[in-house]
Design a protein around this ligand. Structure first.
Ligand code: CA
Length: 235
């Protein structure tokens, strides 16, 4: 048993539902990383350890069933709670057959959802946990999100919790756009339509730390009109 907050990966492509779920999980003290696609989920699972996967069934690209199938090969002990808008029994059976541990049909009550989450975590916490893996290297930079430290050619950096949280979000979504709305909401708990320079200032700081040349970003790329994208390799 461990006392650290459980780390949960939430894979959900409906923004409103994702915001509600994340808010409720964080209110319970869980540590949540949210991604919107199956591809991003698989990347996040390769780079970080989680104690629970909350997985939407219907996703663009690689769907929840396929994610579930692949996760089961690599991490047979990771509990999976599958969410689906479908009501057909066939999907439920398919979900459980591919290795989901539990299952909720949308719309569900958040109270019921939190009970299921707690139940799955309670069961899994009796199992030995793999060591937390929160090291992330890209280009000439080495980041340790557990220790809140980073090594750069310009020297060592101490990260704030806030910076680590947003870096984790970028790393988990490597190669995919993270929208301004997502960053504002997950980083600062701000409503998606907030007019603010907070995020812009944060990106400037991030580039000072983690770009060989902050004026020509290679890792934290602006995607005009949408947000930002983290690229591990500058090709
Ligand atoms: Ca969906």
């Amino acid at each position: 048993m461990t006392d650290a907050p459980a780390r949960i990966l939430l894979v959900e492509d409906e923004p409103h539902l994702a915001v509600g779920i994340r808010f409720n999980l964080e209110s319970e003290g869980y540590n949540v990383v949210h991604v919107e696609t199956g591809e991003a989920a698989l990347t996040a699972l390769e780079d970080f350890s989680f104690e629970l996967l909350v997985l939407d069934l219907m996703l663009p690209g690689i769907d929840g069933l396929e994610v579930c199938r692949r996760v089961r090969k690599d991490q047979p002990q990771l509990p999976i709670l599958m969410l689906t808008a479908r009501t057909e029994e066939a999907d439920r059976v398919a979900g459980l057959a591919t290795g989901a541990d539990d299952y909720l049909t949308k719309p569900f009550s958040l109270a019921e959802f939190l009970l299921r989450v707690a139940g799955l975590l309670r069961r899994s916490r009796w199992q030995p946990q793999p060591p937390q893996k929160e090291h992330y290297d890209f280009g000439v930079f080495k980041v340790n999100l557990t220790e809140l430290t980073a090594e750069t050619p310009r020297g060592a950096i101490t990260l704030t919790d806030q910076e680590a949280k947003l870096l984790r979000l970028f790393f988990a979504n490597e190669g995919h756009v993270v929208t301004r709305q997502q960053l504002l909401s997950e980083g600062w708990g701000m409503a998606p339509d907030t007019e603010t320079r907070t995020l812009d200032n944060f990106i400037v700081r991030l580039r000072k730390y983690f770009e060989p040349d902050p004026s020509k970003p290679q890792h934290f790329i602006t995607v005009r009109g949408r947000g930002y994208k983290f690229q591990k390799d500058n090709n």
